[in-house]
Design a protein around this ligand. Structure first.
Ligand code: ADP
Ligand code: F6P
Length: 353
């Protein structure tokens, strides 16, 4: 293996820069020139007016100082063309033209699907898991998840302080696409009273009943933590009919949101003022916590070492706290297990032993 490439793809995640820096450091150590590919798989399709917007020779001193920065130095993007085999052939040609013999792909499951397709076309690839969502089953850690949980935890702590001062409930929405892990872990970390996730079917009436129970117990400052994807598993509710019949302006076809849920809960819980906050992108653009950066550091080394040793079609992860690697295909077949026990604990749902 002579020259290798590195790209970040999908949503950015704190810790990606630490991984890029580590890939650069170890490529230099093994004497392999490194090319940074810009904006995910887009850079391989060479559609920019200037080649430098697609591909960049990465010298170690260029990226030495990025390890502790949030975001991704290489930029990231989704690239729908990559789903089309014709465009993947273009990517392979770019790699051959540039004499790039192997790729490090930093991203989530979609990016790994792309990497798997590249492996099938004879391009050795190694995946480093980078997503705040924690939706990759084969690994205990992904770059960005710990940081996202930390940001949500800090946000919820602040919110609980003001909720406490005003004796009023609060609805907080955490990002995480179809995965409730960020919301669940932040709810555990803050002692939130209610958590709502895409993995468990729920109804607004149930959440209102739980909130009313808290208020009845003398706790009118309860926090309802929502995972971004929770609307997928919500039982049907006529938001328009409910809100308009309670004198609140609402337009037919409006989507549910944390703000709308707060408004409904207010009306179902004795008109107590319920406020809402969406943590959103602050989770993704935050400074990486040490655990994410340190994982990026080690994963970058393992990725380059594997390519150097002629081993490919692998993804890197952690198990029982140790960094390991396994085949991409098998890794992507693993099914994510949601912690229903913790979900029940937060929501105070008692399960018979
Ligand atoms: P993530 O990697 O964070 O899961 P996405 O699911 O948005 O993010 O995927 C990122 C990119 O990976 C897509 O925009 C596309 O370029 C590529 N990709 C996703 N799925 C596939 C697939 N089945 N085949 C080839 N490329 C894919
Ligand atoms: O996959 C990471 C993620 O931040 C999800 O949590 C979220 O649903 C999605 O990306 C948002 O994507 P975009 O940046 O395209 O709005």
């Amino acid at each position: 293996m002579r020259k290798i490439g590195v790209l970040t793809s999908g949503g950015d995640a704190p810790g990606m820069n630490a991984a890029i820096m580590s890939v650069a450091k170890n490529a230099a150590r093994f004497g392999m020139p490194l090319v940074g590919i810009k904006r995910g798989y887009n850079g391989l399709l060479r559609r920019s007016t200037s080649i430098y917007d697609d591909l960049q020779e990465l010298q170690l001193d260029t990226v030495l100082d990025i390890a502790d920065q949030p975001g991704t130095y290489l930029r990231t993007a989704r690239c729908t063309e990559f789903l089309d085999p014709k465009w993947r052939e273009v990517a392979v040609k770019t790699l051959h033209d540039m004499e790039i013999d192997g790729l490090v792909v930093i991203g989530g499951d979609g990016s790994f699907q792309g990497a798997m397709r590249m492996c099938e076309l004879g391009i050795p690839c190694i995946g480093i898991p980078g997503t705040i969502d924690n939706d990759l089953a084969y690994t205990e850690m992904t770059l960005g998840y710990e940081t996202a949980v930390q940001v949500c935890t800090e946000a919820i702590r602040s919110i609980r302080a003001t909720s406490r001062s005003h004796d009023r409930p609060h609805v907080v929405e955490c990002m995480g696409r179809h995965c409730g892990d960020v919301a669940l872990k932040a709810a555990c970390a803050t002692g939130a009273e209610i958590v709502v996730v895409p993995e468990v079917e729920w109804s607004i009436e149930e959440v209102a009943a739980r909130l009313n129970k808290q208020i009845g117990k003398g706790n009118p400052r309860a926090t309802v933590v929502l995972a971004e994807g929770c609307w997928e598993s919500m039982k049907p509710f006529d938001m328009y009919g409910f809100l308009t019949s309670h004198g609140k302006q609402c337009f037919e076809g409006e989507p549910m949101s944390a703000e709308r849920l707060a408004s409904i809960l207010k009306r179902m819980c004795g008109m107590i003022e319920v406020r809402s906050t969406v943590v959103g992108y602050t989770q993704r653009g935050a400074l990486p916590v040490a655990k994410d950066s340190a994982f990026g550091f080690e994963a970058g080394y393992v990725a380059v070492k594997l390519l150097h040793d002629g081993i490919s079609n692998q993804v890197i992860g952690t198990r029982q706290g140790r960094v390991f690697h396994m085949g991409i295909e098998e890794a992507l077949k693993e099914k994510h297990t949601f912690r229903h026990d913790l979900y029940n604990l937060v929501n105070d749902i008692r399960i018979a032993d």
